[in-house]
Ligand binder design. Sequence first.
Ligand code: URA
Length: 410
Amino acid sequence: MHIPTLIARKREGEELSASEIELLVAGYTSGEIPDYQMAAFAMAVYFKGMSAAEIAALTRSMIASGDCFSHPSGHPAVVDKHSTGGIGDKVSLVLAPLVACAGCWVPMVSGRGLGITGGTLDKLESIPGFRVRIDLADASAQLAQLGVVMMGQTERFCPADKKLYALRDVTGTVPSIPLITASIMSKKLAESLDRLVLDVKFGSGAFMQTRGDAEALAASMLAVGREMGVEVHTVLNPMSEPTGRSVGNALEVVEALETLAGGGPADLRNVVLDLSEKIAGVSREQLEKLLDDGSALRRFEMMVSAQGGNPADLPNLAEIHRAPVIREVLAPAGGVVSRVDAGRVGQAALQLGAGRAKASDGVNFAVGFDQWVKCGESVQAGQVVCRIHAQSAADFEIAEAMIGKAIRID
Ligand code: URA
């Protein structure tokens, strides 16, 4: 196969065959095809797109580049959810153990935060000792025992995606619906799922800024899932304000624990239930009961234990990661909160150190926000609109100025 010709054909908008895409992905994974050719190919896809058949072929090739979960015969329904990310989105932490309590297996492979979007792995790692690096054999054993494992992408899990995503990140080719579809769906379908729910966010704090773009991405991912015989559901959710009342790694785990124990903010609980009921195979009422009677929290604690953490640390997480500066931000005037701009809150969280600007950065587990007011709530002048957890007084002041522009009270 002559790679420059293949790139040129894609540049001219031609449809490539499944075997051409397969050879391209295999050659890139093995190192035979260099980054510069793959970058040119990704840019050609960015401008010319891909047909549904090409996207399915790309997804299949990326799955085939590594190992997949292989579940024993007679296994329970294997299910998962993927969210395209947002601010304060700690849904996975609640949903995975909850759906396991309903009798499903949830082999959740998640990512790290990048830019304003937080990552499930970073949140989990704020639990002392929690291991997200698990090989497939150990993950499968835990799945059979607890019905849930939450882990990172290993070297052998969709390595083609790992390499291509890193390349896209530095070549301006991330925002391409065919490439995003294949990237997300390869990682999810390598879990060998029966059912998948996709939480596609749109708005200022989301990857997809408009509902139209989110619909296009949802349709593309749905088509690939169906093509590959997996029951896929999509739910579009606005990301105009943060999910729940906290943003930041340990702070979000604290809020997830409250929700796992039957409390927590109403919007977070509702998103968890909306998504869970698509895949769990039980009613919403049964799922609510599993939150309210402590079952979901117990399953989360068992998972923490199995993955190297100590459940006894969970109630003390806020103290374990206590930021040096914790200060309230007060409403300058009374009224109804009409905006808490998720994108701006995400930028402020990134500035505080809760997220990473580039993939090689670390994150600070302690910093972020809690006690956020929600849109539609009434506040009095001088009432707390949120608390900032900062590493220093100077950081607090920068974040305070940033969120001054995020919130509007009418
Ligand atoms: N998340 C992924 O895993 N891949 C993408 O391409 C974009 C977001």
